[in-house]
Design a protein around this ligand. Structure first.
Ligand SMILES: [Fe+2]
Length: 389
């Protein structure tokens, strides 16, 4: 049943448009940005707390400062940064950082979930049962649960995040935008079966199988990748580059983050922020403050200037837990007042997780101090804005 909004005090009849002078708009809504919502209009920035205590502090990690086990040692593994509740060992969502510099000397498959790689840096290939799938900067690579593969870097500077979701990644419905919006399925690339080579030859071939976080090793006299002589079906690795992602935008409507829907499983919604024009002077160009009550929000910052943030650089990642208000930094409002936010040049990956996420001790090694109160510090804002001027 359609419910009509109740109104009191100072407000706007159209969300994100003509926000009353001297107020901030904050969205308090269900199902991320999909469900019923109320917009609250506030005098002060809703996330400008002076102090925060307890486990729900927003966190920023500088992934460039986290050394991973696979960075210096070819038998090393990616480093777990974030994980959902440990109610059972088979978590709904885990987020890893991989900085592999040498080829895996083994083959690998996980039954803990589908893996979605996002490559911030680096070039190389995935050797899979389905053939060779190259990767490069800006690639999303989806490896379905159980697929046997091996990562072979061709440059030493790899930095990628891996979202491992217990349920399969798919492409969200585009609704009234039509099936070719955001990206046409025609731009998705699949492994080249004709190039089905593997650098692992001779001697014993090791396959590591991960289940519930633990690895079991299988040893073969033959290479299980080379062993596949053909296939037919729809379950296989694929990739999409962010430059093939064509965002929707509107000059007269603030498109919510869900407008960047790229992949989704029942555990996590993955969106892409890509360069786009922003609204006219009536429309709220910066993101509105919101109190997400159904998702923990992770953003990995890939490239460009992040128009809603201050002090965040490419290669960093933030976590905003559900229940805690968040929105643009003071620096972003300064830039907007100077007319510097007519167009974004940012690329970022947003992951909205259904289950609460927790940062691991390894992840905390990249934590940026004072991020959780960075909406309160106007001095930092002034410094950044003067740099931009
Ligand atoms: Fe958010």
């Amino acid at each position: 049943m359609q419910r009509f909004p109740l109104k009191n005090g100072v407000y706007s009849n159209q969300a994100h448009v003509r926000v009353p002078e001297g107020t901030y708009e904050m969205e308090y809504g269900r199902q991320g940005f999909f469900g019923e919502a109320t917009h609250l209009y506030t005098r002060e920035m809703p996330s400008a707390w002076k102090r925060i205590e307890g486990p729900l502090k927003p966190i920023a990690l500088d992934c460039r400062n986290i050394e991973t086990l696979d960075q210096a040692e070819s038998r090393g593994t990616p480093t777990l940064l974030l994980q959902s509740m440990a109610a059972c060992a088979r978590r709904s969502l885990s987020l890893y950082l991989t900085r592999r510099s040498e080829p895996m000397p083994f083959l690998y498959r996980t039954v803990d979930g589908d893996e979605l790689y996002f490559f911030h840096r680096g070039t190389g290939v995935f050797e899979t049962e389905f053939g060779i799938l190259p990767y490069q900067q800006g690639d999303y690579v989806v490896i379905p649960k159980g697929c046997v593969y091996r990562v072979v870097p061709e440059s030493p500077d790899m930095l990628a995040i891996i979202a491992e979701s217990r349920t399969a990644f798919g492409i969200p419905d585009r609704g009234i935008l039509g099936s070719h919006a955001l990206f046409d399925a025609g731009v998705i690339q699949y492994p080249d079966f004709d190039q089905k080579r593997s650098g692992l030859n001779g001697g014993e071939i090791e396959v590591q199988v991960k289940r519930a976080g633990f690895r079991t090793k299988l040893f073969f006299d033959y290479n299980p990748i080379e062993n596949v002589v053909g296939y037919k079906g729809t379950v296989l690795p694929s990739k999409l580059n962010v430059r093939d992602f064509r965002p929707i935008s509107s000059m007269r409507y603030h498109v919510p983050p869900t407008g960047g829907a790229t992949f989704a499983s029942t555990e996590v919604f993955v969106g892409t922020f890509a360069p786009r024009p922003l609204g006219d002077d009536e429309v709220l160009r910066l993101p509105y403050y919101h109190r997400n009550i159904d998702y923990d929000e992770v953003i990995f910052y890939h490239e460009g200037t992040f128009f809603s943030r201050g002090g965040i650089e490419p290669g960093m990642l933030t976590l905003h837990p559900m229940g805690i208000d968040h929105g643009p930094h003071p620096q972003a409002w300064e830039r907007d007042r100077k007319g510097l936010t007519k167009q974004t040049n940012e690329y970022a990956v947003a992951l909205d997780a259904v289950e609460p996420l927790f940062v691991t001790p390894e992840g905390m090694k990249g934590a940026i101090e004072a991020y959780s109160t960075s909406w309160y510090n106007p001095i930092e804002a002034r410094e950044l804005v003067s740099e931009l001027a």
